[in-house]
Design a binder for this molecule. Structure first.
Ligand code: ADP
Ligand code: MG
Length: 492
């Protein structure tokens, strides 16, 4: 079979051809420490191959790993952000396997007792609130990289990445659609970058997801999963999971059983392909690493970390709802990133019109930023300019329509001021009631048919009259005022 899936599996109808989809995620977030998890070598990306792996990373005889405190604190921060239990005592283990990019022949990880246990990631899928439970998040070291491109018939090994600190974040199999899985990954990405424990750069591999996917007939036991490795963009994630779901359903429909396997997604073909049959934990012969003492975290340390943490998106959203009277949905949307949130707050405070400011950010501004593939940090219209614009809408100086024209002008000329643009473009609404009344009277006199129709009960006839009057005022009349005046004149 060779179907490249284009449309995403919808999340509303949870059954796909009579099958329920089950997805669990393992995400490797590279922690943003300067040095490695057990050594003083640098973690910076992009250095010359094999210039940033020291004797400890290579496990040369006589070396001993020493835990990086910064990596532990970042793990604690994630646990606090997600409402997890921070284990007072966790253990490092050796995960043994042979691979050319693994210099020691084992990876130091955590197995039986991880540092972060439980917790959840909460997010909206459309307007539905979802919660995905975490099993755990554990600290571990990354391996090196095999380089295939630069060598013909050979493979190079770059060990710079060996020993880079990772937090592996594992969920329960709680997700039921591709859309939910992608929304989970985006939310987790938002949280780790928000609290600043990971730079979130997916192309460089700082945030990579493995999606475990299975399908089953409703209410049966879990189906056999296949694990799609190293998804490093949200777009590929969606394509890969969609493809995998359809592939598994087709296999089952054709009477074949699913074999547990690790698969890779090929963006060029849009297909997933089995890489190896899946190892069990037993294959790794885990045992406690004798070189590292247990990781002990006392409550005072947790509290110190908590005190130093930035306000979390969830907390900030709740504060926005309470302080600015925003709906949950809007408050969540405005806390999608720290930059958007602080732009919103600066603007809302400057004009005291949080709802209008929020609507402009989520509507007009987002639309324009998306079209320009820009984000709010490079927005040509500053938070204060938006506040001025909103003030001028609110005090009746300009209509919404005119405000969009002001926005156009500010976009093209970021240094101009709202009032200067309004003046220069003649966008002020007509405030002179006498002048407006003249226009109304002449439109009424010129359109007796509409007047008659309106009186006969056709409410739509009024819109035609409003349209004429707006035109007569060159768009400067206030539509609400026009409406009121008209109704008064027509005795409606
Ligand atoms: P491993 O490292 O062997 O993949 P883990 O237990 O660390 O095992 O991770 C398994 C992941 O797969 C978890 O995210 C879990 O929720 C998910 N998972 C387990 N069983 C299924 C299943 N039948 N279908 C989908 N996901 C599953
Ligand atoms: Mg796995």
């Amino acid at each position: 079979m060779n179907t490249v899936v284009e449309k995403s599996v919808p999340h509303k109808s949870l059954l796909v051809q009579g099958y329920e989809v089950v997805i669990g995620f393992e995400t490797h977030a590279q922690l943003s420490t300067r040095s490695k998890i057990f050594s003083r070598a640098a973690t910076a990306f992009g250095a010359e191959p094999n210039t940033q792996a020291c004797a400890v990373d290579l496990a040369l005889p006589g070396t001993l790993p020493v835990m990086n405190k910064g990596a532990v604190e970042r793990a604690i921060e994630l646990g606090l952000a997600l409402g997890s239990h921070i284990a007072p005592r966790s253990i490092f283990a050796r995960k043994n396997y042979f691979y050319p990019d693994l210099p020691k022949g084992y990876q130091i990880s955590q197995f039986e007792i991880p540092v972060v246990q439980g917790g959840s990631v909460e997010f909206y899928l459309g307007d539905e609130k979802k919660s995905v439970r975490l099993v755990r998040a554990h600290l571990e070291e990354d391996a090196g990289k095999s380089l295939h491109e630069d060598f013909i018939g050979q493979t190079g090994i770059d060990l710079n990445r060996a020993g880079t600190p990772l937090l592996e974040i594992v969920t329960e199999p709680d997700m039921r659609s591709t859309a939910e899985a992608v929304a989970y990954a985006k939310e987790l990405h938002k949280i780790v970058t928000w609290i600043g424990i990971c730079d979130g750069n997916m192309q460089e591999g700082s945030f990579r997801c493995d999606a475990n996917v299975s399908v089953r007939k409703p209410s049966a036991e879990l189906g056999t999963r296949r694990e799609i490795k190293n998804l490093n963009s949200f777009k590929f994630m969606q394509q890969a999971i969609d493809y995998e779901i359809r592939w598994q359903i087709e296999e089952l429909e054709d009477g074949r059983a699913i074999q547990q396997a690790t698969v890779l997604f090929n963006p060029d073909t849009g297909e997933t392909r089995a890489m190896r049959t899946k190892e069990d934990a037993a294959d790794y012969r885990y045992f406690p690493d004798p070189d590292l003492p247990p990781l002990v975290i006392d409550p005072a340390w947790v509290e110190r970390v908590r005190a130093g943490m930035t306000e979390l998106p969830r907390v900030m959203a709740a504060r926005f709802s309470a302080a600015y009277g925003l709906s949950d949905y809007d408050a969540t949307a405005l806390t999608q990133s720290r930059d958007v949130a602080s732009y919103f707050e600066a603007s809302a405070k400057a004009c005291n019109q949080p709802k209008l400011v929020g609507n402009w950010i989520m509507g007009e501004l987002s639309r324009r930023l998306n079209a320009a593939e820009a984000d709010i940090t490079t927005c040509p219209v500053s938070a204060l300019q938006l506040a001025q614009l909103v003030t001028r809408i609110q005090d009746g100086t300009i209509s919404n329509n005119a405000a969009r024209q002001v926005m156009d002008a500010l976009w093209a000329e970021p240094d101009s001021s709202v009032d200067v643009v309004i003046e220069a473009k003649g966008l002020k609404q007509m405030k002179d009631a006498g002048a407006l009344e003249k226009i109304v009277d002449s439109v009424l006199a010129a359109n007796p048919k509409n007047v008659e129709e309106f009186r006969a009960g056709n409410a739509k006839a009024l819109n035609a009259l409003v349209g004429q009057i707006m035109k007569g005022s060159q768009g400067k009349a206030n539509p609400q005022q026009v409406n009121e005046l008209l109704r008064a004149k027509l005795g409606a």
